[in-house]
Ligand binder design. Structure first.
Ligand code: CUA
Length: 336
């Protein structure tokens, strides 16, 4: 008796390859965080150079493989002009091509750092495990501190001074510029010139410990006039609210010792150990690009920061009374 035929479906290890490709395509098309959607001079120059390298590299690869195939399958006859091929293709071509690329890269690197213009604004960004400290150095000498979000004006060159507070991190906003390493004890410079207003996502690009993947941030590019208004608003000191519920939140902040790590402009909270919370309710995300920003996520973060992002420096305040937690979250969310 014949055994029933088993359909032998071969399970290829790369059978989910199309999913990977679709994911790549999706990332490439996402204008918020993609080197393929450049906004401004830096990102465009880098994308152009990348295409030159991809296409040039692919063409050379195909050509060399064709020569190799010829060498394998040709039947003993001598390749015409063999010596010229060796000298031309093996010595002259690489020397000329690589020298030209090197000269281009030197020029490009210099242009990307300075853009040949005086910066309109200087921002110090310090990478910490796992968040970003942001300090605007303003012309009048009074600094403005923020965290996990950098607001810049469109069309004006902005100088970023990047460094690290603990281990090596890397500052990367693919739509705006190339990567810049953040190294403890050393300041690196990067200039951004964003043309279109919008929100662009950045990500730490150097493995820096358990929560490296949850070390993201946003760069918000505002039209120049809106940026000036934003700056004026941010510099207003925060006051104890008149509303009773929000005032309870304000008091809770101090009674639980939040000021030991955080600062809120204009209040007795001045610590720089953790992120500055002066305008935290107006930012795009919480926990360094990890969660959406609303009263609920504030409460979740305060009560279980260690559950949501294990190992980060913020303890879970799960001993807080429910009403206090709601009031504190509402107050933080009101800080815009
Ligand atoms: Cu910071 Cu990875």
């Amino acid at each position: 008796m014949a055994l029933p035929q088993r359909r032998n479906r071969r399970k290829h290890p790369l059978r989910f390859g199309w999913l990977f490709l679709a994911g790549l395509l999706l990332v490439a098309c996402d204008g918020r965080q993609s080197a393929f959607s450049p906004n401004g001079f830096n990102a465009r120059e880098i994308l152009f150079t990348s295409w030159v390298l991809f296409v040039g590299g692919a063409a050379i690869f195909v050509f060399v493989m064709a020569l190799a195939a010829y060498a394998v399958f040709a039947r003993g006859e001598r390749f015409p002009g063999a010596r010229a091929w060796v000298i031309g293709g093996g010595i002259l071509f690489p020397v000329v091509t690589l020298t030209a690329l090197q000269v281009h890269e030197f020029g490009l690197a210099r242009r990307l750092v300075t853009l040949g213009e005086t910066p309109a604004l200087t921002v110090e960004v310090t990478g910490n495990m796992w968040w970003w400290d942001v300090l605007y150095r303003l012309p009048d000498g009074e600094p403005l501190r923020s965290a996990n979000e950098i607001v810049i004006p469109a069309g004006r060159p902005v100088e970023l001074l990047v460094k690290a507070g603990d281990v090596i991190h890397s500052f990367w906003v693919p739509s705006l510029a190339g990567k810049m390493d953040m190294i403890p004890g050393h300041v690196n410079r990067l200039t951004l010139l964003a043309e279109k207003p919008g929100t662009y996502r950045g990500q730490c690009a150097e493995y820096c410990g358990a929560q490296h993947a949850l070390m993201a941030f946003e760069v918000v590019v505002e039209p120049a006039e809106r940026f000036d208004t934003w700056l004026t608003d941010q510099r207003r000191p925060v006051q104890r609210p008149l509303d009773a519920f929000l005032a309870r939140g304000y008091d809770t902040f101090f009674s639980y010792g939040c000021q030991s790590c955080h600062a809120v402009r204009g209040t007795p909270a001045v610590s720089t150990i953790g992120p500055d919370l002066s305008g935290v309710g107006g930012r795009q995300s919480l926990g360094a690009g990890s969660f959406g920003n609303n009263v609920g996520t504030f409460a979740g973060w305060i009560a279980s920061a260690q559950h949501l992002k294990p190992g980060n420096a913020m303890p879970s305040f799960n001993i807080m009374d429910g009403e206090d937690l709601r009031a504190l979250s509402a107050w933080l969310e009101s800080l815009k």
